[in-house]
Design a protein around this ligand. Structure first.
Ligand SMILES: [Zn+2]
Length: 314
């Protein structure tokens, strides 16, 4: 009888103990043993924070839909990897530097060149990069002025759109093979019509830069007269020689930080492509140093209705 009573007490205590976490104050950090088990040197399931900065409206319907694109990517990323917290800033550069507190990666999808949002914040961003924060730039956000900004991009991202060197035609790119890399996990060869910039300015000897999307553009991509974005003798020589061009790449810096650039993303419709979306979601996760699931970051194909959400007024 006494044994039975003891067992019941033990059982009662055990069942009570399972409720104990419910009494934990919300602001008390979880104790180490209650965190998901991680392997040594692995960041599996470690909490991450990704800050998205969406540029303003600038083009016609369905083009440069920075806000809609950022919201869609942020939503899918958090849905697939809940340990990645995302926040989207849609009203220009975040007013408070606190926006970047605890950031593991910053994603910029907005107009570039002289009007790039980052131009006025190069030094604070460099301080973030030196802390190991990653950077992702999508489409026009890969273009910054040659000089200080371009040099920073060569370090942070590994490459950028340099005027009178790179070009911005609209064409159908066929990515027939993909390199073996965490960012291409689960991505199958794909073909997409977009404004794919190419002949990007990369670091000398591609030092620390890994090309991810590579193809040979058709001759029609240079059928415009030479200009800052249209053509120049260097790109014409490379195209004539059939040299493959890289339209997405990543970089791992000596300080441990990571970068990813992709030149497509002019048309909002491209985010409905399962392979392109997976590649970019994988890239954001990789840049944030999160673990990429086997098969790549899963994400459901957005419906036509969802694709129409959050777009600029036209
Ligand atoms: Zn564009």
């Amino acid at each position: 009888m006494r044994t039975l009573l003891s067992l019941s007490l033990v059982g009662l205590l055990l069942s009570l103990s399972s409720f104990l976490p419910a009494f934990r104050p919300d602001d008390e950090p979880l104790s180490a043993p209650k965190r998901p088990v991680t392997q040594k040197n692995s960041l599996v399931n470690a909490p991450k924070r990704v800050v998205f900065i969406a540029g303003s409206c600038s083009h016609g319907a369905g083009q440069h839909e920075h806000k809609a694109g950022c919201i869609l990517l942020a939503k899918r990323l958090h849905e697939s990897i809940p340990s990645i917290e995302t926040e989207v800033f849609t009203d220009g550069w975040p007013a408070s530097p606190a926006a970047f507190d605890k950031a593991d990666a910053v994603v910029i999808y907005g107009d570039g060149g002289e009007g790039h949002l980052i131009n006025q914040h190069l030094k604070p961003v460099d301080a973030l990069m030196k802390k190991g924060v990653g950077l992702v730039c999508i489409h026009y956000a890969v273009e910054v002025p040659k000089g200080p900004a371009g040099n920073y991009f060569l370090n942070w991202l590994g490459g950028y759109f340099e005027t009178f060197w790179s070009v911005n035609p609209v064409w159908t790119a066929e990515y027939k093979t993909l390199p073996d890399h965490a960012i291409t996990t689960g991505v199958k060869p794909f073909t997409i019509n977009d404004e794919w910039y190419y002949h990007m300015r990369f670091r000398n000897h591609m030092d620390g830069v890994t090309p991810l999307l590579t193809t040979v553009p058709p001759a029609s991509t240079l059928d415009r007269a030479d200009g800052p974005h249209e053509g120049n003798k260097d790109v014409r020589a490379e195209l004539a020689a059939g040299k493959p061009q890289h339209t997405a790449w990543c970089r791992e810096r000596a300080d441990g930080g990571r970068g990813f650039g992709i030149t497509g993303g002019h048309f909002h419709r491209v985010w409905a492509d399962d392979n392109l979306r997976k590649l970019v979601l994988n890239a954001i996760a990789w840049v944030a140093r999160a673990d990429i699931p086997a098969g790549g970051v899963p994400s459901s194909t957005p419906s036509k209705e969802e694709m129409g959400e959050n777009q600029c007024p036209h």
